[in-house]
Write a protein that binds this ligand. Structure first.
Ligand SMILES: Nc1ncnc2c1ncn2[C@@H]1O[C@H](COP(=O)(O)OP(=O)(O)OP(=O)(O)O)[C@@H](O)[C@H]1O
Ligand SMILES: [Mg+2]
Length: 389
């Protein structure tokens, strides 16, 4: 993303520490606590006295509200602070969406195991229990019957990120949406939504919801699906989002698309990078253009498919060696080894993204071609390790 943005704009990084690998993309930087709105705002106002700021862009889920506050303070194009807060806080988001009648699962915030059990009984099984404001599916669990609620509640209520204050009613109990999951990356300009691409999501490690792969096809028919477009627009309107790129997760249920959540940023898991291989559009630049008030061009310049698959070991282990063969089959765009010998890998839910040891990016004329290239590539990646208890 930094590279994409730096190709068109001068970048000034606000981060809590001095830049490292980022430096080559930066014109400057400020060391600032990016979780502290006042400090971030004051630093931005000071910077604006010497540098002309065109826009504010944030790719980190936890910090998007602070970026919105800074943009609003500087009177720059803005996602709208309240809208971003409703994306970050899943309970606030559900309330805003419910008030507008947007298609979504029943959802209740609970503050005790008893309340969770009562909410699950009223909703009907299966249900999903999840923390109110985390990310990366940490602490998100399906419970298929009353006996599973206690363990699911412990997991959801004990999950935390150091960066996020815990508060009352930390857990949501939701109706389980049955059906394939997709994410839709959209441009939202003054509240008007244009979907850019769809990623089909592969999940693993049930009853958890670990994201293990994503496939993007430039000509995915869902892009023109009236029900998908309708729920996207209604959701953005209900949340009160202004000008930004969003990542919306939907489940395609028997009754049509239903909303998991809207994130006020580009998708993670390298989804925009994979999508760029499928469509030829640079989504990092799109996000920067929007932040700077320009109208981005989101028309695909190629019609292909691309896929990313994350690899996890079969069981928890300490890595002793990890290698990839030199000759990779056609259709394999990239294999990236993500850990070094000595690292301990623990499967979800003990670890999430930290349990991955590699990713494989494949391209082709269709999702099937991408899958074929992946099948050919995985035996060429060799992981060895000592199983842990
Ligand atoms: N009500 C639901 N019905 C079915 N599946 C759900 C529901 N809520 C969450 N999930 C599943 O759990 C995943 C993670 O939930 P959610 O997106 O709310 O949490 P998150 O921590 O923000 O996740 P991420 O950062 O991975 O997007 C979803 O992508 C979806 O697969
Ligand atoms: Mg999510």
């Amino acid at each position: 993303m930094l590279k994409s943005v730096a190709d068109s704009y001068d970048l000034w990084l606000f981060a809590p520490k001095e830049p490292d690998w980022e430096s080559r993309y930066l014109r400057g930087n400020t060391v600032v606590d990016t979780l502290d709105p006042r400090e971030a705002m004051e630093s931005a106002v000071r910077l604006a006295e010497s540098v002309q700021i065109a826009g504010v862009l944030c790719y980190d889920e936890i910090r998007v509200p602070i970026a919105a506050i800074v943009a609003e303070t500087l009177k720059l194009p803005c996602a709208n602070v309240e809208g971003v807060r409703a994306c970050r806080d899943k309970h606030l988001g559900r309330e805003a969406l419910a008030a507008a009648g947007v298609e979504q699962p029943a959802s209740r915030a609970v503050a005790s195991l008893e309340e969770a059990q009562e909410a699950a009984r009223t909703t009907g099984f299966p249900v999903v229990l999840k923390p109110r404001a985390l990310a990366a599916s940490v602490g998100v669990v399906r419970a298929d019957g009353p006996e599973a609620v206690e363990a699911a509640y412990s997991e959801a209520s004990e999950a935390y990120f150091d960066e996020i204050p815990r508060d009352h009613a930390w857990v949501l109990v939701e109706e389980y949406l049955d059906g394939p999951e997709v994410s839709v990356e959209s441009v939202c300009r003054d509240g008007r939504v244009t979907p850019m691409f769809v990623a089909r999501k592969a999940l693993g490690f049930a009853p958890h919801f670990e994201e293990v792969g994503h496939t993007v096809s430039a000509d995915d028919p869902l892009l023109d699906d009236p029900a998908v477009r309708h729920v996207l627009q209604e959701a953005h309107t209900a949340l009160g989002l202004g000008t930004l790129v969003t990542h919306t997760e939907l489940r395609l249920t028997r009754n049509g698309p239903s909303l998991v959540e809207v994130n006020a940023r580009l998708g993670g898991d390298l989804i925009p990078y994979v999508a760029r291989l499928a469509t030829g559009v640079d989504y990092g630049k799109v996000a920067a253009d929007l932040a700077a008030g320009a109208e981005p061009d989101v028309t695909p310049v190629r019609t292909a498919s691309a896929h990313i698959q994350f690899l996890y070991p079969e069981h928890d282990l300490d890595v002793t060696s990890l290698t990839v063969e030199d000759e990779l089959p056609p259709g394999v765009h990239e294999v990236r080894l993500m850990v070094e010998p000595g690292r301990r890998l623990r499967l979800p839910p003990r670890d999430h993204v930290a349990g991955r040891y590699a990713y494989v990016v494949t391209t082709g004329a269709s999702p099937e071609e991408c899958a074929e290239a992946l099948r050919a590539a995985t035996p060429l990646i060799h992981l060895a390790g000592t199983p842990t208890g």
